[in-house]
Design a protein around this ligand. Structure first.
Ligand SMILES: *[C@@H]1O[C@H](CO)[C@@H](O)[C@H](O)[C@H]1NC(C)=O
Ligand SMILES: *[C@@H]1O[C@H](CO)[C@@H](O)[C@H](O)[C@H]1NC(C)=O
Ligand SMILES: *[C@@H]1O[C@H](CO)[C@@H](O)[C@H](O)[C@H]1NC(C)=O
Ligand SMILES: *[C@@H]1O[C@H](CO)[C@@H](O)[C@H](O)[C@H]1NC(C)=O
Ligand SMILES: *[C@@H]1O[C@H](CO)[C@@H](O)[C@H](O)[C@H]1NC(C)=O
Length: 289
């Protein structure tokens, strides 16, 4: 969500920490590190990384670029063990627990978010009202060929915080943390895991553990633009990334690894955005003003 690892580290340093309005943040360590202190070009030296190949995407351009990045990371002094799959891999793939948690949390959090707004010009009060508003204004809100149905919202609206939700949450913790990331790190004596970004967000989200993504490459310019189904999943020069994934509160280490790789490659700049899309404002222009 930022242009550089340095920007991400700066923003995380500001937004991290306990928030009385968000119970999930209360388990954090007392002191928030200054994550900008993790920005060291030699941060990959002597580090042990593992590749959970089971989460790799099928796209061969991504795999080829990822494999090349593994060699760069080895060149920066890291030991890379390949493969290092989760003991829980087959169960994670088959599990519907993430969907239950996601759908339920979405409703709870959207309702809480709307409830906290001082003014809502549309009069929408909650997720149910939002679904009704979209239906009543379909010409603006549900435009073909993109999202014309609200099935994901409706599935979320249909949930309740009940025993099935708490069971799914506990199953995710077991699959993603205990028998997933933590088991794999321990089994291979690793500092972190390395994998293509497409495929990385699922296991990290199920565990509730940190993940940092850095630009890795771009699809070729002659890539066929995929149809809107309902969003486009592939197109010419589409960027993709490489991710570093770790255990709870390992952000400081992960940011260092991401920075070392970013500084050695500067992949982001190998395809420039349209001039109109290149921001002219720096964080320093805004922070503290
Ligand atoms: C946090 O947890 C406390 C105790 O369970 C509860 O009273 C409070 O409503 C929760 N706050 C939020 C924002 O969820
Ligand atoms: C990437 O590396 C893996 C592991 O060495 C190998 O099995 C696979 O064939 C490679 N794929 C590509 C596209 O280079
Ligand atoms: C949740 O995960 C557990 C452990 O793998 C599994 O037994 C259960 O069927 C899963 N629940 C759903 C709804 O997929
Ligand atoms: C709503 O939940 C019930 C019970 O879990 C289920 O049978 C039904 O299919 C769900 N409906 C939708 C629209 O998701
Ligand atoms: C794109 O170009 C490469 C080589 O330049 C070629 O191998 C590939 O088939 C082309 N792909 C498409 C979709 O035209």
């Amino acid at each position: 969500m930022c242009r550089s690892v340095a920007d991400a580290a700066t923003i995380l340093t500001v937004i991290a920490g306990r928030d009385p309005l968000d119970n999930f943040t209360l388990a954090q360590p007392d002191v928030v590190p200054d994550y900008t202190k993790a920005l060291r070009k030699d941060a990959l030296k002597g580090v042990r990384l593992g590749i959970p190949r089971g989460f790799s995407p099928g796209n061969q351009n991504i795999i080829a670029a990822f494999n090349a990045s593994v060699e760069i990371i080895r060149g920066l002094g890291a030991t890379v063990i390949d493969p290092t799959d989760f003991p829980s891999l087959a169960e994670i793939r088959a599990s519907g627990n993430e969907t239950i948690v996601l759908d339920t949390d979405f409703k709870v959090d959207v309702n809480r978010y709307i409830d906290g707004l001082l003014e809502v010009p549309t009069g929408v009060k909650d997720l149910a009202g939002l679904i009704a508003f979209n239906s009543a204004h379909a010409d603006e809100e549900l435009v073909p060929p993109f999202w014309t149905d609200q099935s994901i919202f409706i599935a979320s609206q249909n949930t309740t915080v009940n025993q099935a939700y708490f069971d799914a949450l506990a199953a995710d913790k077991d699959l993603g943390q205990t028998r997933g990331i933590d088991a794999t790190l321990k089994m291979f004596n690793l500092d972190a895991l390395l994998l293509p970004t497409s495929g990385a967000s699922g296991p990290a989200a199920i565990a509730g553990y940190p993940l940092v993504t850095v630009p890795l490459g771009f699809q070729p310019a002659n890539t066929t633009l995929s149809p809107a189904q309902p969003t486009r999943s592939m197109g010419p020069n589409q960027p993709f990334g490489v991710s570093f994934m770790g255990t709870a509160f390992s952000e400081f280490k992960l940011i260092g690894y991401a920075f070392a790789y970013e500084q050695a490659t500067h992949n982001r700049l190998k395809q420039l955005a349209f001039p109109e899309a290149i921001p002219k404002t720096q964080l320093a222009d805004i922070i503290g003003k």
